[in-house]
Every structure is written in structure tokens, then in C-alpha cells.
Design a protein around this ligand. Structure first.
Ligand code: CMP
Length: 140
């Protein structure tokens, strides 16, 4: 059964390149409601924890280093079919494969520095939402 929340991060590359406003506008225009949001920076420990599922992958070290290299925007988004619809909005992990008009096609620079994160399942959306936000920081 689909739930209606997903977790996104606007990654350090997109923040550095000045794309926070444009990305949030595209998210809102697509019908997502922001129910929690913060501007923050992950320590290497926290980035490693967030991406622990990828710890055996060859790109894990690079991913952790990049995700802790500068501030990010973390947000919980609400919409019917949020996980799947948000993944459609952001496009493929590799911007070279991302459909035209998607957030990654417009703002990502590489498969590693790919502008935004979106949860890949309802279960992970709940885990990742709790990773970034206390219940008191979520406003439905
Ligand atoms: P994200 O959707 O945040 O989830 C896992 C991340 O790992 C992914 O986006 C990419 O940023 C990163 N990633 C996936 N594949 C590679 C790769 N081949 N090389 C470098 N980074 C990758």
C-alpha cells in the first residue's frame, strides 16, 4: 500500500550551485506539500549512517565525503503516492539517464553529485524521515 510521505535532501552540490529556490519551487509546483524542512549539515558519521545500506558499495566513501562536504536541505514531502511520484520528478540517479525536465536532468552534475535524494520505498521514507526530524518538527 502506498503511503503519502517521502524524504528528500537537496544535496551539497545543488546548494553550492544556488539551486535551493528553484528545486523547492519545482517540488511545490508538482503538488508536494512540505511538512518538515531544515537547513543543516551532516557530519561524516551521520552521512555514513544515513547511507549505511550502501556501505559495501565501491562509491560509499566518496558518497559519505560528498554528503558531508557542505550544507543540505532536508525535507519531508507529502502527496498521494509520494515515493514513486517524487522519484519520477527527480529522474534517474545518473543525470545522463534522467528524463528532460526532471530535477536531476536540470541540476545534477554527475551520478555522485546528483542534486537531490528521494526515498526509494515507503519503509525507507519513514526511516529517513525519523533520521532527520523529531515528531515535533513535522507539521502535517
Ligand atoms: P541517492 O538517491 O541519494 O542514493 C544513493 C546515492 O549513491 C545516489 O543518490 C548517488 O548519489 C550515489 N551513487 C549511486 N551510484 C553511484 C556511483 N556509481 N558512483 C558514485 N555515487 C553513486
Amino acid at each position: 500500500m502506498a503511503t503519502n510521505r517521502t524524504l528528500t535532501m537537496i544535496k551539497p552540490d545543488a546548494v553550492r550551485n544556488g539551486h535551493i529556490g528553484a528545486i523547492l519551487e519545482q517540488i511545490n509546483a508538482a503538488g508536494f506539500k512540505i511538512v518538515a524542512m531544515k537547513y543543516t549539515k551532516l557530519s561524516t558519521e551521520k552521512a555514513g549512517e544515513f547511507y549505511a545500506v550502501h556501505r559495501e558499495r565501491p562509491f560509499y566513501g566518496e558518497l559519505v565525503e560528498f554528503m558531508s562536504s557542505g550544507p543540505i536541505v532536508a525535507a519531508i514531502l507529502e502527496k498521494d503516492n509520494a515515493v514513486e511520484d517524487f522519484r519520477t520528478l527527480i529522474g534517474a540517479t545518473n543525470p545522463a539517464d534522467a528524463a528532460p525536465g526532471t530535477i536531476r536532468a536540470k541540476y545534477a552534475t554527475s551520478i555522485g553529485e546528483n542534486a537531490v535524494h528521494g526515498s526509494d520505498s515507503d519503509e525507507n521514507a519513514a526511516i529517513e524521515g525519523s533520521f532527520h526530524f523529531a515528531g515535533t518538527e513535522v507539521f502535517a
